[in-house]
Write a protein that binds this ligand. Structure first.
Ligand SMILES: Nc1ncnc2c1ncn2[C@@H]1O[C@H](COP(=O)(O)OP(=O)(O)OP(=O)(O)O)[C@@H](O)[C@H]1O
Length: 237
């Protein structure tokens, strides 16, 4: 397997907003090409950690990303987002804003429409493209945000509670997509509360509670071997 995602290093990362401590200082080294599950109690700072990794929150300490070559794209699937219900934008138009830089009222190219259809198919929204954003259910919103993130061929993924509101088929689809991304060499951070899911699918478990409390290697020996034998030295070149 060729590793495409970065290793991520945290050095005394901490976060304080309005005198509230959101993250106690933590240091960690996240290996590349793995699915890192982040768990911990409500309010422990998991989403805040993800936002720091993305550069969306000011923090103390350092975050270093070691890419295997030129830095690639970064995908973010946020925790449940509500769309303004009166917004006159359909799923297809929303996706169009990702696949083209042209204004929405320009004529769509067939290739763009096909690309959008393929992405929506991957998350099971192929028959919903004419629905307005405000008409979507919670699970459909979650699927749409994932489809939008898939568009950029990213190799670093930050996914915050991806299963919220998803039915069984949605959960299977998302799980398959995350495993596919990991197997193609991406580095994934997945905030999740479901320990059964984490033990079945994640490679490493990180528990956050008053700082980094616990770390455990989970991946199966065969997979671990595949990851270890990959060209990791390239990552730090
Ligand atoms: N802008 C802010 N100002 C002050 N406190 C904040 C701010 N944003 C978040 N917090 C607080 O920081 C703490 C960590 O929030 P965060 O959303 O990172 O937790 P979490 O571990 O993701 O929780 P959950 O499992 O409930 O999603 C919470 O107590 C929250 O209330």
């Amino acid at each position: 397997m060729k590793i495409k995602g970065p290793a991520v290093e945290l050095i005394n990362l901490s976060l304080q907003l309005n005198r509230v401590i959101l993250l106690e200082p933590l240091s960690a080294h996240f290996k590349p090409g793995r699915m890192h599950a982040i768990t911990g109690p409500n309010g422990a700072g998991k989403s805040s950690l993800i936002k720091c990794l993305l550069g969306l929150m000011p923090h103390s300490g350092q975050i270093r990303r070691h890419w295997p070559g030129r830095p690639g794209n970064i995908a973010y699937v946020p925790q449940q987002t509500a769309f303004e219900p009166s917004l006159p934008v359909t799923i297809e138009e929303f996706m169009l804003t990702s696949v083209t830089r042209w204004p929405m009222f320009f004529k769509r190219k067939v290739a763009e429409q096909q690309r959008i259809s393929r992405l929506l198919q991957r998350v099971g929204l192929e028959n919903k493209q004419h629905l307005r954003l405000g008409q979507l259910s919670g699970g459909e919103r979650q699927r749409l945000l994932f489809a939008q993130a898939l568009e950029r061929d990213s190799h670093l993924w930050c996914i915050d509670e991806p299963m919220t509101g998803l039915d069984q088929s949605g959960q299977s689809l998302m799980t398959a997509e995350m495993i596919r991304l990991r197997d193609q060499g991406a580095t994934l951070f997945v905030v999740h509360h479901d320990m059964d899911w984490i033990k079945r699918h994640a490679d490493e478990l990180w528990v956050i509670e008053d700082g980094l409390k616990h770390h455990e290697l989970l991946c199966q020996p065969s997979r671990l071997q595949a990851v270890e034998s990959a060209d990791i030295e390239e990552v730090f070149a």
